[in-house]
Design a protein. Structure first.
Length: 721
């Protein structure tokens, strides 16, 4: 029998020069899936069948940027080791080189009962009865760049997006497109003008109604369409959902699936999961989920899972709503400097605020007063913090506050910050849209202290302005959405068909459309996240979608490389010894309690001068997990402004009754993924270290951290182990 590793070697042999660098190129992920070469984005057609996990994915066979979209294909028996297979569905062009059909995102199922009629005889049983195959069906968006007439008589418009199917009777090795494609040619008549933005079908078998169900996206309308079918060929529109919660940009790659609440098989809920681009929690790409019920025709969101942007939490105090548009900042108690001196709030309809209805009024604080050239500061009056949260609306360009450059010639921030004790303890910037979105700061740890708010705009570049409105003090956050991942690099998350409800597994594209086509990797671009198991848990009376890496990832772990218990970790940095090569590919687990300090964390990929480092930590006062990649390495590959790559990413994680926090950190050659022990926080971030430095440090800020347990396991390469 040929070993798995040998099989991959044989496949690689066809790509001259790849064997010598066998998955060891700079930044090549060691335990994340990545294509041998060329561009990859969304995971597609995730399917478990007969002991094999199929991973299809958006693939460009002709280059390292998006284009000529096809379906790549890989298989695994454990979601860890992958075997590359031939392209499943390849972009089609005419004799003149005009692209006729690209294969956009979709899903795959096994038609066990042959409802489609695509099965073929594969033999006979011992009684002489014919045995039929169980066809594998891919459901995808046909994107037609060029107008043409199909051989079946369907007239295709330029840019049209339709839903099509293909089938395989050899476990996905070869595919035949259905001669009646597309099976859904156009969106419903009321959305006829959206024929170029109708995509990403997710299909599954709904046992209670004995029907196939499809959810597809009207991307620019932020609407999901739900269809049903008896045979995967003829589809009936049943209902629609949306817009809801994060309703900006494009809704893409939706999926809908059941989970048991708190493991109780008698309490089933349904989850809608979708990508948003732009309009994520950071900038550009992100993912949100909504919990509800599904009866075979209609998804109904739980009332607690739908957030009205125009309603503020009960009991909130409005600190400032900027309705005094005829007043100066000084007249409303604020101070302003630079170009903002003598000016005041503006009418939202006269500046670049798109969702004016989100302002809850006509007035807005804006730094877009003379275009993007205005600079200066705007400062609130001081106040005592008396509530657990400060919530506010914000929009504008992505120019975050960077403590390493603030106040220097390299400072380019356009930010809104909270200052306590003379220190910036929270800061927010825009998400590269003009849409006002709600953001929250957990300030429970600062109750009783004096503070003020600070708008800083020192940037005259493109999109270098900020809008702020409706600042409120509240004891519950003003939620906008349920974010699936709080980092910048998890998009188009797709779940596996063919698994039981408790085994629901998701894989996401570990990249971001804000810079994904420019990341400094070769001869491939993009990787997938580690596969993650999903569940629904009630945490602090709130139902949350939680996630953890699949258990099979542990098959790559080495024996323990470092383990130590610190009764007290002193203030400052403490270096720990993790041997090479596992100081660049590891699982690092920390369990800790607050001592006298305000922050605890881990520094990875650090050099001796601290000019390179990726910082992961927990803020005891803000009750939040953070990942800081401002100094994580190369970000020069983004040669435009705003640069969406540098940043600090924060996820609220309240301190539990045990007062103990556990973080599990997965470091690969070009990424970090952070999970807390409950699974309610996940932060996924790419990093591109500029040198081979890989020092590992622990740190405690402002005092001690106590009862700290540290465990480090190396993670072996999934491609050579």
């Amino acid at each position: 029998m040929v070993s798995f590793t040998t099989c991959v070697y044989i496949v690689l042999l066809g790509f001259g020069g790849l064997v010598r660098s066998y998955y060891t190129e700079p930044y090549r992920p060691q335990f994340h899936f990545s294509p041998q070469q060329n561009w990859m984005n969304d995971p597609n057609g995730l399917l478990y069948f007969n002991g094999t996990y199929h991973l299809f994915y958006q693939y460009n066979p002709n280059g390292t940027t998006w284009g000529f979209m096809s379906w790549g294909h890989a298989i695994s028996t454990d979601l860890v080791h992958w075997q590359h297979l031939s392209i499943a569905l390849e972009c089609e062009s005419d004799s003149n080189g005009n692209v006729l059909q690209m294969f956009f995102s979709g899903s795959a199922v096994v038609d066990v009962d042959n409802t489609s009629g695509f099965a073929v005889p594969v033999g006979k049983d011992r009684h002489g009865h014919v045995i039929y195959s169980q066809p594998m069906i891919a459901i995808y968006t046909s994107n037609y760049p060029t107008a043409h007439n199909q051989s079946n008589g369907v007239v295709i418009r330029a840019g049209q997006q339709s839903q099509s199917i293909a089938y395989s009777n050899d476990n996905g090795l070869t595919w035949t497109q259905y001669e009646g494609n597309p099976v859904i040619e156009s969106p419903p008549p009321q959305y006829a003008d959206q024929y170029q933005q109708f995509r990403d079908p997710f299909v599954f078998w709904h046992q209670p109604s004995s029907k196939w169900i499809m959810v597809a996206s009207l991307a620019m309308k932020q609407i999901l369409l739900i269809y049903s079918s008896d045979n995967l060929k003829n589809w009936t529109l049943e209902s629609q959902f949306g817009p809801a919660n994060a309703r900006f940009g494009q809704w893409e790659c939706p999926s809908i699936f059941p989970l048991y609440l708190d493991g109780n098989m008698q309490e089933e809920k349904w989850v809608l999961l979708m990508g948003i681009n732009p309009g994520g929690v950071i900038t550009a790409s992100g993912s949100q989920y909504i919990v509800g019920s599904f009866n075979g025709t209609t998804f109904v969101a739980d009332p607690s899972n739908v957030y009205d942007p125009t309603q503020i939490p009960a009991g909130s105090t409005v600190f400032q709503d900027f309705e005094e548009i005829s007043s100066t900042f000084e007249e409303i108690g604020w101070n302003s400097t630079g170009d903002f001196a003598g000016l005041g709030p503006q009418n939202a309809s006269t500046v670049q605020v798109w969702n004016i209805e989100g302002c809850l009024g006509i007035g807005v604080l804006t730094t877009y007063l003379f275009g993007d050239i205005a600079t200066g500061t705007i400062t609130s009056p001081t106040f005592n913090i008396t509530n657990s949260y400060i919530s506010f609306l914000i929009a504008g360009g992505y120019y975050p506050y960077n403590p390493s450059t603030a106040g220097t010639p390299d400072d380019n921030q356009v930010s809104f910050s909270l200052v306590v004790g003379g220190q910036i303890v929270y800061s927010e910037t825009g998400t590269d849209t003009e849409d006002l979105v709600w953001r929250n700061w957990n300030v429970a740890g600062y109750i009783g202290q004096e503070a003020y708010l600070l708008v800083t705009d020192v940037n005259t570049g493109p999109f270098a302005h900020l809008h702020v409105d409706e600042i409120i003090f509240c004891n519950t956050p003003k939620n906008e959405a349920n974010w699936f991942d709080f980092g910048p690099d998890l998009y188009a998350a797709a779940t596996y068909n063919g698994l039981s409800v408790p085994d629901r597994t998701v894989i996401g594209w570990m990249n971001n459309w804000g810079y994904g086509q420019n990341i400094p990797t070769s001869p491939w671009r993009s990787a997938m996240s580690v596969p993650r198991n999903l569940a629904l848990k009630t945490i602090n009376s709130v139902v949350r979608l939680v996630q953890q890496p699949v258990p099979s990832l542990s098959s790559l772990y080495t024996s323990t490389l470092y383990s130590r218990w610190f009764t007290t970790l002193p203030s400052g940095e403490t270096t720990i010894n993790v041997p090479s090569p596992y100081n660049t590919q590891m699982k690092l687990s920390v369990t800790f309690k607050r001592g006298s300090g305000t922050k605890f964390g881990v520094i990875l990929r650090s050099n001796a001068t601290d000019t390179q480092e990726t910082v992961i930590g927990y803020d005891f006062l803000g009750q939040s997990v953070f990942v800081d990649r401002f100094k994580a390495g190369d970000n020069s590959f983004v040669n435009w402004q705003p640069n969406p790559f540098p940043g600090r990413y924060v996820a609220t994680l309240p301190i539990p009754s045990s007062n103990t926090i556990t973080l599990n950190i997965f470091l690969d050659w070009s990424s970090v993924e952070v999970f807390d022990s409950t699974g309610q926080v996940a932060i996924t971030s790419q990093i591109f270290p500029l040198d081979a430095s890989a020092m590992v440090k622990l740190f405690s800020v402002g005092g001690t951290t106590k009862d700290l347990a540290v465990t480090v396991n190396g993670i072996k390469s999934s491609w050579t182990s």
